[in-house]
Structure formats: C-alpha cells, structure tokens
Design a protein around this ligand. Structure first.
Ligand code: ATP
Length: 233
C-alpha cells in the first residue's frame, strides 16, 4: 500500500532522513520506533506531503506520489494525525468533526458524525464544547475521530500516546486496533515501544535518520538489542 524507496529528507544542510526504505502492506499496523530526534516525525511529514524528499520515491496504492501536496494525498485516503494533535482549539467538538470531512462531497457525512460519536461517547457529551477545553486524552480522541471523518485508507499517527496518563494510553491503543480491524491500514510512530509492538504487525527502528532494524513485531519484541535500547530491559 505504501512504499518508500531510498528516501532522503533535508532541513537546509541537515540530513534528517538517510536513504530510508519502508513498506506498509494493506490491512496491517506498522510501527516506527526511535529515540528523540531519530527522524520519525520527519518521516511522517515526508509521507504526508508536508516535506519534500530530496531523493527517493514514495509509492501509495501503486502510484508514484513523491512531491504530491498533503490535500491531494488526503483526498486519496492518506491522512496524518500530527504530533501534538492539531485539533482546532477555538472550534467546538462538532465543528472539528465537520472539518475532518471538509473535502468530502458525499451525503454520508452526518451519518459518519453519528457513528464516530457512538464510538467516542465523550465527544457526543462534549460536542458543543471548544476543542481547546478538552483534556489531553479527549483531545487525542477528537484528533483521531476527526481524521476518521476523512475516511482514511492509510492513517499516519505521530506519537498518539504522548503526554497521556497510562490508562488513557491503553484506550488509545485499543482504538488504534479497532480502526485497523475496521479496515484502515495504520502507520504508527511511538516512543511507547512495547505497547506499539503489541498492536503492530511489523516494526522499523530509526536511528539518526537511518533504518537500523526491522522485522515482525514479534521478532522485535524478542530481540535482545531492541529490548535493551527500547523496551526497558
Ligand atoms: P521527536 O520524537 O523528538 O519528534 P523525531 O524522531 O520525530 O523526534 P525529527 O523531529 O524527525 O525526529 O527530527 C530529526 C532530525 O531533524 C533532528 O536532528 C532534528 O533536530 C532535525 N530537525 C527536525 N525539525 C527540524 C527543522 N524544522 N529544522 C531543522 N532541523 C530539524
């Protein structure tokens, strides 16, 4: 579904991604692990079209989409929930959900709003409240609910558990699994390596802008080097 070949991305002279090769099969959850500054966010932003790679190609649904704009990719089902969530603080919960569907012209938007509010009852309770007044966990749920409104085929989630209490983190991972089971392919960036590998099918480890390890999530969970560096023992 998604394939990165030899991708290199720069900030001026700083090379943040160094010849990255990554593949995401349709229907799976793939997680990218790595320390702060490893290049995870740069990778997500490059895939979503927010940053242009200097070298390499990105194929999405079999088509070369290298250099395409974020809104073109979104229209074709490739959606990003950025680090820090990016919800609209001065719009209500309901307006945020409507914004998620702004590019849709079908007649099922209202029905989809009902569906996401069924899945996230707290958002129904707070639908008239401003996004900025929700708790961190509720904001993350709103960010995910909003992106579901775009009917993504491939969902990119950049550190969805960041800054959340452990009990909420567990909720977020459960929701990610449910979204995947409902048919959306997921590419997930996480510092919370153990939980990410538990929901994922495959994983890649980034260090200094390079892929240094990859495998099935099961293999990575059992790998001694990964355990020491990323899983706390
Ligand atoms: P974090 O978890 O802290 O977000 P990350 O793995 O997502 O880390 P990136 O944010 O992709 O890492 O950063 C990769 C490298 O690129 C780092 O060395 C960082 O300092 C550098 N970098 C990131 N954003 C910029 C920018 N706007 N301008 C210059 N350098 C940047």
């Amino acid at each position: 579904m998604l394939k990165l070949d030899n991708i290199s991305t720069f900030y001026g002279k700083i090379q943040a991604l160094k010849s990255i090769d990554i593949a995401v099969e349709e229907g799976t959850i793939v997680t990218i692990l790595g320390a702060n500054g490893a290049g995870k966010t740069t990778m997500m932003n490059t895939i979503a079209g927010l940053l242009k790679p200097k070298e390499g190609t990105i194929h999405y649904l079999g088509i070369d989409v290298t250099g395409r704009r974020p809104d073109q990719l979104l229209r074709n089902g490739l959606a990003l929930v950025p680090e820090g969530r990016g919800i609209l603080a001065t719009m209500t919960v309901l307006e945020n959900l409507e914004m998620g569907a702004y590019h849709r012209s079908d007649s099922e938007v209202d029905a989809d709003i009902e569906k996401v509010m069924d899945r996230f009852p707290i958002l129904r309770e707070r639908k008239e409240q401003y996004g900025g007044t929700l708790s961190g966990g509720q904001q993350q749920m709103l960010a995910i609910a909003r992106v579901i409104m775009s009917r993504p085929k491939l969902l990119l989630l950049d550190e969805p558990s960041m800054g959340l209490a452990p009990i909420i983190v567990a909720d977020i991972f459960k929701i990610i699994k449910e979204i995947n089971e409902a048919g959306t392919t997921v590419l997930l960036v996480e510092q919370n390596a153990r939980q990410a590998l538990k929901v994922a099918d495959h994983g890649y480890v980034l260090e200094n802008g390079k892929v240094v390890a990859s495998g099935t999530a099961k293999e990575l969970l059992q790998d001694d080097t990964i355990k020491k560096a990323y899983l706390g023992h």
